[in-house]
Design a protein around this ligand. Structure first.
Ligand SMILES: Nc1ncnc2c1ncn2[C@@H]1O[C@H](COP(=O)(O)OP(=O)(O)OP(=O)(O)O)[C@@H](O)[C@H]1O
Ligand SMILES: [Mg+2]
Length: 362
């Protein structure tokens, strides 16, 4: 490890990490939207869910099982809680890793009351025996509990009260086919655009009692990587700065100064992201270069570069993955204040945001 490398700190603790980190917990709970109307963004998912829930209510039954899929910090847990609230039932919460043995799940299922929402977070990490038990429970609202071992083992059928399973996953691709097929509805959560993040920030500021100006909210929204969790975290860092070094009011300049202290740039890149980008452009002429070579250049583990930095650099259109290695796009050169060589890949455009406008013009 070089000294430089230590300077980046633990990537999981970066202010722009999308993962839940120490200190997020209690605050996040207080910032969760509590109804579908309160939930900002994801208009398609909200409309679809509204129909699923209203349909079930009208028929007086339980809704289909629901899978919420999408990257960390976009509101899956919040949405699961909203589903239970909207149905007027209670939420029983567990997670894939907690369901190690089938017995763990059987205990959970036998305690359900009719209409309950069973929320299994990180459902892709559920152990195989529990998963197989879940198939039957989802389909027929019963489970077979095996008692004893070997030839003397008997299987006792157990009724389960009709319930709605809500599963959340950041990796819907790792779900087995049979499990995925048993969900009647899958909601794909997508990254938020800056105006939506701005509304989320203004709402959070209201709850936390932070004086957040319109321009300041735009400044923070632009650096939040499309992720409400990051937006809310940056808001808290900016609030600290405003309370300690200013008069508590978050203006655009206060937000900028605060985010500079935390090394979060205009695009929401942190120090390690910028180091990777700089190595790619300055040391390797823009690539192509292999991810492990790139990792050595910044003194980080290849896994960290690949899983922590790269996804956002690619999404932001700064880096392209090619069969020959990683390549800097023209936007990456420009981001570093350099003139891109003519052969640099274009990229650099957030296709998702631009698409609808494009369609309107045609
Ligand atoms: N649409 C939204 N409106 C307002 N706040 C939101 C919204 N979506 C998420 N948040 C906030 O972002 C934070 C993270 O949301 P949540 O915990 O639901 O994400 P998640 O998708 O479950 O993440 P993970 O994959 O890490 O479990 C919460 O504090 C929540 O209040
Ligand atoms: Mg969650």
């Amino acid at each position: 490890m070089t000294e430089d490398a230590q300077g980046y700190g633990d990537p999981g603790e970066s202010p722009v990490s999308a993962e839940l980190v120490t200190g997020d917990g209690d605050i996040e709970a207080s910032l969760r939207p509590s109804s579908l109307d309160d939930f900002i963004g994801q208009p398609r998912v909200r409309e679809q869910l509204q129909l699923v829930l209203a349909g079930a209510k009208k028929r007086g039954g339980t809704p289909d099982h629901i899978l919420l899929s999408g990257p960390p910090g976009l509101g899956k847990t919040s949405m699961a809680m909203i589903i239970a609230t909207e149905l007027g039932t209670s939420l029983r919460l567990t997670s894939g890793p907690a369901l190690e043995r089938a017995g763990d799940l059987a205990a959970m299922l036998s305690n359900l009351v009719e209409g309950d929402v069973l929320f299994i977070d990180e459902i892709h990490r559920i152990a195989r025996p529990a998963e197989e038990m879940l198939y039957l429970a989802m389909e027929d609202f019963r489970v077979d509990v095996v008692v004893g071992k070997g030839p003397g083992a008997t299987s006792i059928p157990l009724e389960v009260a009709p319930f709605t399973l809500v599963g959340a996953t950041t990796r819907s691709g790792s779900l087995t086919g049979p499990l995925r097929d048993r969900f009647g509805f899958t909601a794909h959560m997508d990254f938020y655009d800056p105006p939506e993040l701005q509304r989320i920030l203004l709402r959070s500021a209201g709850i936390l009692g932070v004086h957040l100006g319109e321009e300041a909210s735009a400044e923070i929204a632009g650096r939040s990587r499309g992720t409400p969790r990051i937006a809310n975290r940056l808001l808290r860092r900016v609030r600290d700065f405003a309370d300690v070094r200013a008069d508590g009011v978050v203006t655009r300049d206060v937000a900028r100064a605060a985010l500079a202290v935390y090394d979060v740039d205009q695009l929401g890149l942190d120090r390690l992201d910028r180091a990777v980008l700089s190595a790619l452009v300055r040391s390797f002429g823009g690539g192509p270069v292999g991810v492990s070579t790139l990792a050595v250049a910044v003194g980080e583990e290849p896994g960290t570069v690949e899983e922590v930095c790269e996804p956002f650099l690619v999404r932001a259109g700064l880096v392209a993955r090619t069969p020959r290695g990683r390549v800097a796009t023209a936007a990456a050169w420009e981001q570093l204040g350099l003139t891109p060589p003519p052969e640099a890949a274009s990229g650099g455009i957030d296709v998702r945001v631009n698409e609808p406008q494009q369609a309107l013009r045609e």
